[in-house]
Write a protein that binds this ligand. Sequence first.
Ligand SMILES: [Zn+2]
Ligand SMILES: [Zn+2]
Length: 347
Amino acid sequence: MRAAVIDSFNTPLTVRDVADPQCPPDGVIVSVKACGVCRSDWHAWTGADPDVTAPHVPGHEFAGIVEEVGRDCRRFKRGDRVTAPFILACGQCPDCIGGDPTVCNHQHVVGFSSWGAFAERIAVPRCDFNLVPLPDVIGFTAAAGMGCRVTTSFRAVVDRAKLQPGEWLAIHGAGGVGLSALMIGKALGASVLAIDVNEDALKLARALGATKTLNVSAIDDVGAAVREATHGGAHVSLDALGITATFHSSIRGLRKLGRHVQIGMPLGRHAEPTIPLLELVYSRQISVMGTRGIAASRFPALFEMIAAGHLDPARLVTNTISLEEAGAALEAMNGYTGAGITVIDRF
Ligand SMILES: [Zn+2]
Ligand SMILES: [Zn+2]
């Protein structure tokens, strides 16, 4: 089959023939119809991800059709339209059985633990617990565009922060994740403040229904500006970037008892920021939460939101490309690539 391969880090992907994937006994082979291009693929391509060694095929935001079924897989058959969360949990440990597979100790991460979906086909293990049937109303490109960004935002806003109607949601970083959170926040009846330094991203945020936007490129005290814009502080605030500055702005923009959710992955020097424990956590009683991935069992709720017209992930897909163009799309992530999501839809 054809795949776009990382033969060595930081050099252009090679589109070439590779061996067809073997069907796992507990899994399936999916014929890939669409795959999102995500910043975590870029991290893998630069060599920053310790789990990835070259040669490697990236791609974890896929949707497609089941082509082959392993002997121990019961819930799926040839021809099923499917997608999956990027965390394939074991389904058997106390965390999984307790309903929290995103913290499973035995997780297999598609596109990192094994070769991903920048390819004509992908092997997906552990399917009965993790594979998700895709409703007919949701196209492959939209499903791939949901990728980890819409699903991660859904878990952050709905499952972790438990955002309520009428509350203020502040979003630091109006990229794919941030804009997804915006749409979900609006669907829940919250007021949403989108914050960024890029005017184009904020323009898209307004088009998607942001109640207010805040360009902080020339603002020193972002926390104070957010508290003013939200009449006392956000009830829920998200750091969608994962850098120290946005984390600090996020927790400082909260009102008393507010909830911060860390969505962006804080890498390198951003891994251990300071936190004003006395002022914010103790006295103002804020909560600081993390989030990563989503449980396969939560996809139906997300699909209902889409089918009801409250959320349209297809609006975030601003660019569709061929497999040959995947390498250039990753290289473009060395700089700012705009707010929308790029999806490979030709293989
Ligand atoms: Zn588990
Ligand atoms: Zn992703």
